[in-house]
Design a protein around this ligand. Structure first.
Ligand code: SF4
Length: 443
């Protein structure tokens, strides 16, 4: 059977034009990039986790669903300060239940933002954000600056669907109506495809933006900035001239900006630069968020508790202090005594000492396929693939909410979705505490 307009749950672009032919252990999907194609193949993969597992004598053994859920609840209830890591490859509805479990247990609740675009979220909190949807950029945008990102490889259809090639209402000639600037120390495929590649030295983003702001204020920056950034002042002037004289420009940033020296201060000054550019033309700032629905967790956590990631509920109310209550920090300081990881391979994304501690403490893992995090887990719960096997809400990279519809049902009788699994787990946790009348802080 053929299904149309399916949303791809692989990356933040959330492409909504996927055509899927599905049936009898066979799947063919059209309009996907390679990353998306691999994600859709996962639904019939022989490697897929299809039953709960419990570690016995150092080996993961098949177990009954109720037993696995019971043991998972035991681990979380008996921990003094558990870590709940809500990976981004699931729906906002699942994130919401996870956050409520975190509040109930007095846990740390975090997500992929903490490892990826956390500094960008912090920069937004410092200086606000002038944003636009990808649709506005498609229809009006005639200048795109890719700063510290390489979408041709990391988000392959972003340029063809929104940023560069599509014909929009006021950009009828597609690529020919747009100027592309890439700011990157590396000569990436995106930089090669751009009209201007500003090849700055690594870790000099803050200095380059400061120099651009100085030029915008009508002054010439100190000549030492050429040495520090590796970018000649005439190139900066050329870049600024293009930015001042466009109709609608956007800076789309990636981890290259928020992970280089300066971190959230880079993002803060970039936002201030964008605000001042609006004195000359319309200019916006966007984040190319790589993981599917990584923006969703930040949205849900912010509307429920006021903070976008790294929430600490130890005192019964939410606290936020990146660097203290964030995943890497609580693992490095051994400040948590159990963990629940869902829909991401956390072990692969954190420093070795944190990974070693994560492997030591009782660990529950919920996901669809085996990975290093699974190997060190004590309980494994099979996951459901959102947008294919159950519906839910995702936030696209530009913070637009999209409702995803499945084209098949959950392959399991014991759960309908990751949200359902978390609700079942929450019910068991409340039973164990003999406390069923919990009402969350945000209600
Ligand atoms: S760009 Fe992202 S959302 Fe679009 S098809 Fe590729 S992986 Fe899927």
């Amino acid at each position: 059977m053929v299904f149309k307009n399916i949303i791809c749950p692989a990356c933040g672009a959330a492409c909504d034009d996927i055509q899927v032919e599905f049936g009898e252990e066979k799947i063919e999907a059209k309009n996907l990039c390679k990353m998306g194609n691999a994600k859709f193949k996962a639904i019939i993969s022989s490697r897929r986790l299809r039953q709960p597992l419990i570690k016995e004598g150092g080996k993961l053994m098949a177990a009954a669903w109720d037993e696995a859920l019971e043991k998972a609840a035991d681990i979380l209830v008996s921990a003094k300060r558990p870590l709940l890591f809500m990976g981004s490859e699931t729906s906002c509805e699942a994130h919401e239940v996870g956050l409520m479990i975190g509040e109930y247990l007095g846990a740390i609740v975090d997500s992929n933002t903490t490892i990826g675009n956390g500094p960008t979220a912090m920069g937004i909190q410092e200086s606000g954000k002038v944003g636009a949807t990808e649709g506005q950029k498609k229809n009006r945008g005639d200048l795109v600056v890719y700063w510290g990102t390489n979408p041709l490889e990391s988000m392959p259809r972003q340029m063809s669907r929104y940023g560069v090639f599509p014909r929009g209402y006021w950009t009828k000639h597609g690529r020919f109506d747009r100027t592309i600037i890439t700011v990157d120390p590396r000569k990436t495929p995106t930089a090669t495809a751009s009209d201007l590649h500003v090849q700055l030295k690594p870790n000099s983003d803050y200095e380059l933006i400061s120099a651009l702001l100085t030029l915008l204020h009508g002054k010439i920056p100190h000549h030492s900035v050429e040495e520090i950034t590796g970018v000649p002042i005439p190139v900066m002037e050329n870049m600024l001239d293009l930015m001042k004289h466009c109709n609608l420009g956007s800076i789309s940033v990636g981890l290259g900006l928020s992970s280089s020296l300066g971190k959230h201060r880079n993002v803060e000054i970039a936002m201030n630069f964008v605000k001042e550019l609006n004195n000359y033309s319309k200019f916006t700032f966007g984040i190319l968020r790589g993981h599917c629905n990584v923006a969703g967790f930040s949205q849900i956590a912010s509307y429920m508790y006021g903070y976008p990631f790294g929430l600490d509920f130890t005192r019964g109310y939410p606290r936020y202090n990146p660097g203290e209550f964030t995943t890497v920090d609580v693992l490095r300081e051994k400040d948590v005594d159990a963990a629940f990881v869902m829909c991401t391979d956390l072990l692969n994304q954190i420093p070795t000492d944190c990974a070693a501690y994560l492997a030591e403490i009782p660990l529950i893992y919920l996901d669809t396929s085996p990975c290093p995090t699974m190997v060190v887990s004590d309980i494994v719960l099979p996951g459901i693939i959102d947008a294919m096997e159950c519906d839910g809400t995702f936030y696209r990279l530009d913070d637009v909410a999209v409702h995803v519809e499945p084209f098949t049902d959950s392959p399991f009788e014991f759960t309908k979705s990751n949200e359902d699994t978390l609700k079942q787990l929450f019910a068991k946790i409340k039973e164990k505490r003999n406390h069923t009348d919990f009402s969350p802080f945000y209600i």
